[in-house]
Design a protein. Structure first.
Length: 459
């Protein structure tokens, strides 16, 4: 990197791209870039001194080709003007995943991979290392509520990375220790079918040098990797790392012991509720224990973990009403989130507000979405958020809606959502959850304000 003075990001506002941009800005490089629309994250980048523009215009690209490195996200269309220009004019142009791989190369990489669960788990890992005093640099797929950022920087050689399977990005990483949370079918526009996804995860496992810690039930063997193979689970006693529940506190949080090959970490609690987060905590603790961190420091870190924005993110909690915002956008993620809510708030009426993400994902998993959403008492289904995709004939939210079996369901355009919520009669006890990876989070503040007023809940 010594030959470059300027790093230019095409798609700088993405959660993974912005972390790398922040990293190099902190290292003293001139950093700037393009994104399609302003967002709270791009505004933060600008406030930190990083120049961001919002029009596809080659005038903003640094002119010194030899000293400028171009980083782009594969979410950018291939025919985007700036991307075509730099590819045709001699710039060095690399994907975000390659850049993350170059940062992690030669360092002790702790990686978390999986089609779901990786953001919370990797953020937990980074908090465990930071809280314990060991420290780490971390590149996260969400905003840590403990640190208010998707980037942590440390002076030691430990790097925590969220290993993204999209576009096979995680094959740029060669971790010392890796947790693999799941390898369900997803991104079928890239992989084609589930067998190719599994092949990619096994290729990732083959690049791990020390220990693979796989969710119990995933079929990794010594044929897949030379690394030591361990397993973890929420509560399966056959797993090398697993939780044993001891008690609940009556407020949605459970106490548990973590059993591991060297002993037991007793009386653990995670700072965010839900059985799925206990499972994430066991996976994160497994990395810390395998690395050699003090078990008591791990226990303390779990308790002080504040969570990740948009990951089971509690916006409102009162006796009458709970409101949670969640990034879940795969059927298994939605199922895990809704069943966690059922476990924590069993006497509440559950309303799920879901915005499907991508036409291809809706097409490929329509039945799965309908099945998982049917675990709610009431489903409010919005139009598909297209992100990088063009519409596919016949693919709309209705192909999910028709098969939802929840007692109540309604199909709305997102512009109709607030008026519909305004007209709902409050129940005795209600829990609302906004779900999706699109722009449904733009409603979070307004929904919270509405529910506070409707339920007179100011806690």
């Amino acid at each position: 990197m010594a030959e470059y003075r300027h790093i230019y990001f095409i798609g700088i506002g993405g959660i993974g791209m912005s972390a790398i941009a922040r990293y190099y800005h902190a290292k003293g490089y001139k950093v700037s870039g393009y994104d399609k629309t302003p967002s709270p994250l791009t505004k933060e980048l600008e406030s930190e001194g990083i120049e961001v523009h919002y029009e596809d215009n080659i005038a903003f690209i640094p002119k010194d080709i030899e000293s400028t490195l171009i980083v782009y996200t594969p979410a950018i269309p291939k025919d985007m003007g700036e991307l075509v220009y730099v590819q045709e004019h001699g710039y060095r142009v690399i994907k975000r995943s390659r850049m993350l791989g170059e940062i992690a190369a030669g360092q002790r990489c702790m990686a978390v991979a999986g089609t779901h669960g990786k953001t919370t788990t990797s953020t937990l890992v980074s908090h465990i290392f930071t809280s314990s005093g060991e420290g780490c640099s971390a590149f996260l797929g969400g905003i840590s509520k403990n640190y208010g950022s998707n980037l942590l920087i440390s002076h030691n050689d430990v790097v925590v990375a969220e290993a993204d399977e999209f576009d096979r990005s995680f094959l740029q990483l060669f971790p010392e220790i890796a947790v693999i949370t799941s390898m369900d079918a997803d991104h079928l526009d890239i992989y084609g079918d589930e067998s190719h996804i599994r092949e990619a995860f096994k290729a990732f496992a083959s690049q791990v040098s020390g220990t693979v810690i796989a969710k119990h039930g995933l079929d990794f063997t010594s044929d897949d990797t030379k690394a030591d193979i361990k397993t973890y689970s929420y509560d399966n006693p056959e797993a090398d790392f697993h939780a044993v529940l001891t008690e609940g506190d009556g407020n949605g949080f459970s106490h548990f012991d973590i059993h591991y090959p060297g002993g037991i970490i007793r009386d653990c609690v995670v700072g965010i509720p839900g059985w799925v987060n206990i499972e994430n905590a066991v996976g994160a603790a497994a990395i810390g224990l395998t690395y050699g961190l003090d078990p008591e420091k791990i226990r303390e870190a779990l308790a002080s973990f504040a969570g990740v924005k948009r990951r089971f993110d509690i916006q409102l909690k009162s006796e009458q009403c709970v409101y949670i915002d969640d990034y879940a956008h795969h059927p298994r993620e939605i199922e895990a989130s809704l069943t966690s809510i059922r476990g924590n708030f069993p006497d509440y009426r559950l309303t799920g507000i879901f915005q499907p993400h991508l036409y291809t994902r809706t097409r490929d998993f329509a039945d799965g979405f309908a099945e998982s959403l049917s675990k709610a008492d009431r489903v409010i289904l919005l139009d598909i958020y297209p992100a990088r995709e063009e519409p596919i004939p016949g693919v709309t939210s209705k192909i999910i809606f028709d098969n939802i079996t929840a007692p109540e369901k309604i199909l709305l355009k997102k512009e109709e959502l607030m008026d519909y919520l305004e007209g709902l009669e409050p129940g005795n006890r209600d829990v609302f959850m906004t779900i999706g990876a699109g722009d449904i989070d733009r409603f979070t503040g307004r929904i919270k304000e509405l529910l506070e007023h409707k339920y007179n809940a100011n806690e």
